[in-house]
Design a protein. Structure first.
Length: 174
């Protein structure tokens, strides 16, 4: 039940903000601007990626930023800052409620930290997942194994990049 509700909320969020597609092909190419399209373009050993994506929303401006610490193709830590800026308090209420509801599923899961922050014109959902320490089985029990970035018991950078690219996310290595 929790998993289905979470997936519905996440699905609605993606459709509400009207995620823009990148329009790029699935072939991995390294461009002069330093953007990362595939695991083949990422340093083989250890590093940090900074990723962003664009979207549109009615009466609001969404924002999405991700910082990924990785080693040998495995995500060690994922820090995401997502949110919406709007002068419409009803829009802010809707997003604040959705973020709080999603966060509530992870309350008892150690090393999955969320914070929903609201001010006069912005709601931010700040999430940090420490994949080195988190109980992967508990995480999968909440999220399900289908369409998850967990591969062979580890958070796969390759799978994350594939999913992120589908919603127009671009990454650069720091």
């Amino acid at each position: 039940m929790k998993k289905n509700s979470l997936l519905v909320l996440l699905g609605l969020f993606i459709f509400i903000v009207g995620c823009s597609q990148s329009g790029e092909s699935n072939t991995a190419t390294t461009s002069n601007d330093g953007k990362i399209d595939s695991i083949d373009e990422v340093s083989a050993s250890r590093g940090t990626l900074h990723c962003t994506r664009s979207a549109t929303a009615t009466n609001a401006t969404p924002f999405f930023e991700y910082t990924i610490d990785y080693k040998n193709g495995e995500i060690l830590r994922l820090h995401s800052i997502e949110g919406i800026t709007s002068e419409d308090s009803a829009v802010l209420d809707e997003y604040e409620d959705a973020y709080k509801k999603i966060s509530s599923y992870y309350t008892d899961l150690k090393y999955y930290d969320t914070d929903v922050i609201r001010n006069s014109n912005k709601v931010t959902w700040d999430t940090t997942i420490n994949y080195e320490k988190i109980d992967i089985n508990s995480l999968l029990a909440l999220e399900g194994e289908e369409d998850n970035i967990i591969k062979d018991g580890k958070a796969s950078l390759e799978v994350w990049l594939e999913l992120a690219k589908k919603v127009g996310t671009t990454c650069v290595e720091e």
